[in-house]
Design a protein around this ligand. Structure first.
Ligand code: HEC
Length: 256
């Protein structure tokens, strides 16, 4: 009887190891198309997040809200004082506890653009940061479109190319390809810059990366806290594993 019990006990450290493995397995977020360029964002880079916040307020908040985000939370997480918040980010809010509202009422925006600009609080989680990064880099000149541009990532989009001054304008090249069933479809080949913007392509990528970094942060503000907590959990598991092994040794010492 006691032997059976002890044999079971012997398995405990192994079970702990297996449990540790399961807990440590990272959970991968869904989404992201196959050939999207990686956004390369760094959620721990506070400077990038601060620049991204300014980019967002200057170039996106005219149309898009981020209604689950309060200015004072951003201030706390991104090391910004109340003065810095008011001077640099709060263009259409009075109090730091307010959430980010779009300057343009959604009803008007829907009338002008045909589609209301979506709230961006959780966009990085629903579509993925790589998606937004590629979306912001893929506007191209299209004569047939009411906004003068189309987007290679979201064909037929009603969002104008709001960053044209920075990126300039590009055209998209497509080639016709014959599919297995004989039908012909167009395949995207690449962009060609036709009008330069105020930023060169590397600086534009950095601008977009900072903006997407900020959107990823607002989609999950506790991400960095959670990661810090994760380190503690792993350390505890390792510690517990050592204790369990020592306990096993202690118990088996007298049995053999
Ligand atoms: C002039 C108004 C306007 C501004 C400014 C603007 N957008 Fe948009 N945005 C729109 C509209 C309209 C849509 C809806 C487009 C659609 O679904 O076709 C949209 C859609 C989006 C989407 C969702 C795309 C999808 O796949 O559904 C993202 C992401 C986005 N915008 C990001 C941004 C970012 C980041 C900025 C700032 C750099 C920005 N937008 C600035 C009007 C705007």
């Amino acid at each position: 009887m006691i032997k059976v019990y002890l044999r079971k006990m012997r398995k405990i450290p192994d079970l702990c190891a297996v449990a540790a493995l399961f807990l440590a397995t990272p959970v991968f977020a869904a989404g992201g198309g196959a050939d999207l360029e990686s956004s390369g964002i760094d959620p721990d880079n506070i400077n990038s997040l601060q620049r991204g916040a300014a980019n967002f307020m200057n170039y996106c908040s005219g149309c898009h809200s981020a209604q689950y985000v309060r200015y004072n939370t951003i201030g706390k997480d991104l090391d910004l004082s109340d003065e810095q918040l008011v001077d640099n980010l709060m263009f259409n809010a009075e109090k730091t506890f307010e959430t980010i509202q779009a300057a343009m009422p959604a009803v008007d925006a829907a009338r002008w653009y045909g589609k209301a600009p979506p709230d961006l609080s959780l966009m990085a989680r629903s579509k993925g940061s790589d998606y937004i990064y590629n979306f912001l880099k893929s506007f191209y000149v299209s004569a047939g479109s009411p906004t003068g541009v189309d987007n290679a990532v979201l064909e037929g989009t009603s969002m104008p190319h709001v960053l044209w001054e920075l990126q300039g304008y590009q055209v998209a090249h497509y080639v016709d390809q014959t599919n297995d069933d004989g039908s012909v479809s167009r395949a995207f080949e690449g962009f060609e810059q036709i009008i330069p913007g105020s930023l060169d392509s590397e600086d534009y990528d950095d601008f977009v990366r900072d903006t997407v970094n900020f959107l990823a942060y607002i989609a999950e503000p506790i991400r960095s806290d959670r990661r810090k907590l994760g380190v503690w959990v792993l350390m505890f598991l390792i510690f517990f594993y050592v204790i369990a092994r020592m306990l096993k040794k202690q118990i088996w010492k007298d049995v053999k």
